[in-house]
Design a protein around this ligand. Structure first.
Ligand code: AMP
Ligand code: ZN
Length: 112
């Protein structure tokens, strides 16, 4: 499958991976938008948020809890932002579900 993040999961493309369990991995974003900016992704290929189904409930929760735990481990205990972009209008560029974790700078609202 020609998916960038599946290749990172498989170790075929290098990434600054710093967490892995049987279902998810986390690695630093190559185009960091904040002093802390990493991605938490499922190992399983799911193209977009729209492709999650009820069988993925536990996995979706695991992404959230992993993001929260790793954010705090990365020194974001004063706060952080989670972002998941879905499809073209959502700004998604890599079609393998991922949660962005951004921290250690002041976030503003609304986003651009
Ligand atoms: P999105 O726009 O939500 O699909 O986000 C995709 C993210 O993946 C962007 O923030 C990119 O900087 C990041 N990205 C793309 N290629 C790589 C890579 N090889 N290693 C780490 N992050 C990447
Ligand atoms: Zn994939």
């Amino acid at each position: 499958m020609d998916c960038l993040f599946c290749k990172i999961v498989a170790g075929e493309i290098p990434a600054r991976k710093f967490y892995e369990d049987d279902q998810v991995i986390a690695f630093h974003d190559i185009g960091a938008q904040a002093p802390v900016h990493f991605l938490v992704i499922p190992k399983k290929h799911i193209a977009t948020l729209n492709d999650l189904d009820e069988g993925d409930q536990a996995l979706a929760g695991l992404l959230l809890l992993t993001a929260q735990r790793l954010a705090n481990q990365q020194g974001c205990d004063d706060g952080f932002r989670l972002v998941m972009n879905c499809k073209a209008l959502g700004g998604q560029t890599v079609y393998h579900v991922h949660m962005h974790v951004l921290g250690q700078r002041q976030m503003t609202w609304p986003p651009g």
